[in-house]
Design a protein around this ligand. Structure first.
Ligand SMILES: C[S@@+](CC[C@H](N)C(=O)[O-])C[C@H]1O[C@@H](n2cnc3c(N)ncnc32)[C@H](O)[C@@H]1O
Length: 245
């Protein structure tokens, strides 16, 4: 749809870039690039070289088209790949960033070990990932998996442990509650006002011209009424980072 999907929007992305010491000399691997909005924004902010991967071929095509349109395709490239099995040599990248992706793969330990393997010694790994702010009930865990595309959040303690177990040092862990209004503003900031209006316009157009789309949206609104009461209390995100020794 052209709207990016990670908590904290542009502010969180800039925080990750700072924690991962990304600058114009960096070669950055972006995991789960989605529609490429964040990757292109990062390329403009930092001037760095970027390789973005996503498990979805469609997302990679959309991202590549975006980079080309924005004149970034000389230093921003996208490929289809699985975060759990990265097709890159050891010690290749200066930093690896994942925004709202590492909560999806079945084996998070293997996934974070892969990030660590491909980052250079002294390089950084930065995650922005969905986080349980409180110990979740079984009902909440199942709801996350069934209703939010198979997402499997962790507590901040578990995210930190995953980075430590991968052998990373100087670990940063900053869990945060998700505030709906703040999130909406952050997403608009990251996508840009024009893109956000375009995306909303397209959604409205689809809603009124495509019955199947209208039904999907109406079902989503109905489902939203069934969100367990303690879900918003328990669901947040966190910025996590570590350095490969
Ligand atoms: C919530 S979206 C986030 C997209 C983007 N990072 C952003 O901030 O807008 C999650 C993305 O992760 C991708 N993804 C999920 N599992 C993956 C895996 N195992 N390897 C690579 N990408 C994956 C999905 O295809 C999707 O594009």
């Amino acid at each position: 749809m052209g709207i990016t999907k990670h908590a904290g929007g542009l502010g969180a992305t800039k925080e990750l870039l700072e924690l991962c010491h990304v600058d114009s000399d960096s070669f950055l691997l972006i995991i789960g690039c989605g529609s490429g909005i964040s990757a292109c924004r990062i390329a403009k902010i930092s001037g760095c070289r970027i390789l973005g991967i996503d498990i979805s071929k469609r997302m990679v095509e959309v991202s590549a088209a975006r980079a080309k349109k924005q004149g970034l395709d000389d230093r921003v490239e996208f490929r289809v790949a699985d975060a759990q099995n990265l097709p890159f040599e050891d010690n290749t990248f200066d930093a690896v960033i994942s925004e709202s992706v590492t909560a999806f793969p079945e084996n998070k330990e293997k996934t974070i070990n892969e990030y660590t393997r491909v980052v250079k010694k002294g390089g950084h790994i930065g995650l922005n990932e969905v986080t349980w702010m409180d110990t979740p009930s079984i009902e909440l865990i199942e709801y996350g998996i069934s209703a939010i595309g198979g997402v499997k959040p962790e507590t901040a303690g578990n995210w930190k442990k995953l980075l430590e177990n991968a052998g990373l040092q100087d670990i940063v862990s900053r869990p945060r509650k998700l505030k709906k209004m703040e999130q909406a503003i952050n997403e608009v900031k990251l996508s840009g006002i024009t893109n956000s209006f375009k995306a909303i316009g397209r959604m409205l157009w689809l809603y009124f011209t495509r019955p199947a789309y209208r039904k999907a949206i109406n079902d989503m609104v109905k489902d939203a009424r069934d969100i367990p009461k303690d879900f918003t209390k328990c669901y947040g995100y966190g910025i996590y980072a570590g350095k490969k020794p």
